[in-house]
Structures are given as structure tokens and as C-alpha cells.
Design a protein around this ligand. Structure first.
Ligand SMILES: Cc1cc2nc3c(=O)[nH]c(=O)nc-3n(C[C@H](O)[C@H](O)[C@H](O)COP(=O)(O)O)c2cc1C
Length: 333
């Protein structure tokens, strides 16, 4: 089933494999894409990945995880991003982008967050966001969505996972506010409402979440699904289910460790889901789809070390798919 097409709205993926967003910290300090990004993403498209979601791309300079994050806070970024999109499209894949504000996890002079609570001793204490700052960030997501559309992306993923700003609002561990934003769903809703004003209805809108924080008092599959349900009718098409990232805690990770979470979130929200985690064998990915744990499977680190795993493992699994003609003489017998 992994190699069967998947349709969502008018978007057809040629298979169920997703390259999830993975920060490469390789942009210049102004957030511009360069040759590394053009080659990196086009290579995974040549390698047969159905959907490629570009790494967390910052909606504001103070929302960067590092000074080398890709940026989408200026119209000047659009041309470089369009080149990434074109490289993905011309090699037969579908292009997504994850937009992010890192909040208290931003490595900047003055990080901001819902409350003055730091992530760990290695991170600065964030300033509690003023209402003006909240408004500015919400607007930055809207502007980022408009630019992503102009650059030609087929799918927009809102980063609501891993302890970045949206998740910081959703978690009772990082959100100690007493105003209306004490309910983190209010901030999420404002972000989604702003985005759908400009992100075309016919294109796909995804939301990435952490389905659990692995600690008492943190977000659970039930509470995160409530948050999803509070915005899904605004136009969320699919949920990308991950976990952790808001609290320093040891995670017991094993091949497919987040698949059950994906299934739970799908059952509680009625939305299609992407799932994965430590998958190194496409037979496990195939089983995840066949056993309805998730609709799409992401392969992160596997695709970093082996961009051609999708086309190469196909024949081992008895699946016939087109092989890049340029590489036919290198195909395993
Ligand atoms: C180098 C690296 C960078 C990552 N950057 C992001 C990111 O920008 N956004 C995000 O949501 N997840 C990020 N992740 C998490 C991956 O998207 C993925 O969920 C995680 O690696 C688990 O999948 P895997 O076990 O198949 O690698 C990153 C992971 C890695 C290894």
C-alpha cells in the first residue's frame, strides 16, 4: 500500500512516503536558500518521495531556532524558495513547507514566549509576550502563508509541535498566562484564521503536533486532539503527528514509536494523519499504512542518509515503479 497513490483535495501523491521537515541550519544569516537547499530537496524528489515538506522556516527573525534557519519573513525570500519548489516539482514530487516561530526556543537576543518560563538551563528566560507581540506573530504566519503560496508550495504545514511557540501556548507546562491566551487554543485559532484568509482553499493545510510530552501535566493525545478539533473546521486537512520537544525528557524511541499516537489522534479528530518515528525499513512503513495506523508515513533520518531508499527498496518489496532513467544503469539487478 505504501507505493499506492494518495489523494487529498486535488493533490495526488504518487506514494505514501513523506520527507518530514528537517532543519538543515544551512541558510545564510538573512534566511536565504542556497545551492545546498536546491540540491538537497531535489535529490529526495529524484529518490521517489511522494511528499517533501521543507524544514521549519521562520516567520520572523526572532522566531528562528538558529541564525541559519531558512526564513520566510520577507518577500525577498520568495525567489529562493520558488527555486526549491521548482526543483521538487520538476523531479516528480509534491512540495510542502513548514512555517514556524520558535518562541522561547529561539536562539536570539530576546526570546519571547507565552510566559516567562525557560525551556532548560541552556536557554534564556523568554519575555512574556505582550498583546502587540502576539498580534505581530499571528500576522507573520499570515504573511508567511501568502509568500508560501506565491512560491508555489502545494502544502503548508503549521508547526504546532516540538515545544515551539504554538505548542508552548498549548502546553500547561509553558503557558502560565492569566489572560484569554491561558487557553492555548485561542492563539492557535488566531494563527489558523489568519492563514486561511490567504492560503488558497484548494491547497492543502497541515498541522504538526506533538501528541504527548511524556510527562505528567503536559499535553496528551486527548488534549491535543481537542485543540485540533477546535480549529479543524477552519480548514485543516491533515495532521502530522510527532511527539515531545517541550520538556527535556528521555524518550523511549523504537521503530514506529509514534504510530499509535498518530492512530489515536486520527480517531479522536476524524482527520487523516502522517505518522512515523525511527522507521528504517519500508516494510514497517507499508505495514503502518496497511494496518491503518496512519495515512502517510514520514521517514526522516533514513532519507538523510539514503535519499534513494524509496526507489531502491521498491523492487525488494516486489513493487514496480519508474526508476530515474538517468540512473537505470545503476539499478540493483
Ligand atoms: C536533523 C533533523 C532536523 C529536524 N528538524 C525538524 C523541523 O524542522 N521540524 C519538525 O517538525 N521536525 C524536525 N525534525 C523531526 C523530524 O521531522 C522527524 O519527526 C523525526 O526525525 C522522527 O523521524 P525519524 O525517526 O524518521 O527521523 C528534525 C529531525 C532531524 C533528524
Amino acid at each position: 500500500m505504501l507505493y499506492e497513490p494518495y489523494q487529498i483535495k486535488n493533490l495526488v501523491l504518487k506514494n505514501r512516503v513523506v520527507m518530514p521537515p528537517m532543519c538543515m541550519y544551512s541558510a545564510n544569516t538573512l534566511g536565504f536558500a542556497n545551492d545546498f537547499h536546491f540540491v538537497h530537496y531535489a535529490t529526495r524528489a529524484i529518490g521517489g518521495v511522494g511528499l517533501i515538506i521543507q524544514e521549519a522556516t521562520a516567520t520572523l527573525p526572532n522566531g528562528r531556532i538558529s541564525v541559519n534557519d531558512l526564513g520566510i519573513w520577507s518577500d525577498d525570500h520568495i525567489a529562493g524558495l520558488k527555486k526549491i519548489v521548482d526543483g521538487i516539482h520538476s523531479n516528480g514530487s509534491v512540495a510542502g513547507i513548514q512555517i514556524n516561530h520558535a518562541g522561547r526556543k529561539a536562539k536570539v537576543e530576546r526570546p519571547i514566549g507565552p510566559s516567562a518560563v525557560s525551556y532548560s538551563d541552556d536557554y534564556q528566560l523568554p519575555a512574556e509576550m505582550t498583546l502587540e507581540e502576539i498580534e505581530e506573530v499571528v500576522l507573520s504566519f499570515k504573511e508567511a502563508a501568502r509568500r508560501a503560496d506565491q512560491a508555489g508550495y502545494d502544502l503548508l504545514e503549521i508547526h504546532g509541535a516540538h515545544g515551539y511557540l504554538i505548542f508552548q501556548f498549548l502546553s500547561p507546562i509553558s503557558n502560565l498566562r492569566t489572560d484569554k491566551y491561558k487557553d492555548g487554543k485561542v492563539f492557535l485559532k488566531e494563527v489558523v484564521e489568519a492563514i486561511v484568509e490567504v492560503w488558497p482553499k484548494e491547497k492543502v493545510l497541515a498541522l504538526r503536533v506533538s501528541g504527548t510530552e511524556y510527562v505528567e501535566g503536559g499535553v496528551t493525545p486527548v488534549t491535543i486532539s481537542e485543540a485540533i478539533n477546535s480549529v479543524k473546521d477552519l480548514g485543516i486537512d491533515i495532521i502530522d503527528v510527532s511527539s515531545g520537544g517541550n520538556v527535556l525528557v528521555k524518550i523511549n524511541a523504537f521503530p514506529g514509536y509514534q504510530l499509535e499516537l498518530a492512530k489515536q489522534v486520527s480517531e479522536l479528530t476524524g482527520l487523516p494523519v502522517m505518522g512515523g518515528g525511527l522507521i528504517t525499513d519500508l516494510r514497517l512503513a507499508d505495514h503502518a499504512v496497511a494496518s491503518k495506523k496512519c495515512d502517510l508515513v514520514y521517514l526522516g533520518r533514513l532519507l538523510l542518509r539514503d535519499p534513494y531508499v524509496v526507489i531502491n527498496q521498491a523492487s525488494e518489496m516486489g513493487v514496480v515503479i519508474p526508476y530515474p532513467v538517468q540512473y537505470l544503469r545503476g539499478k540493483k539487478a
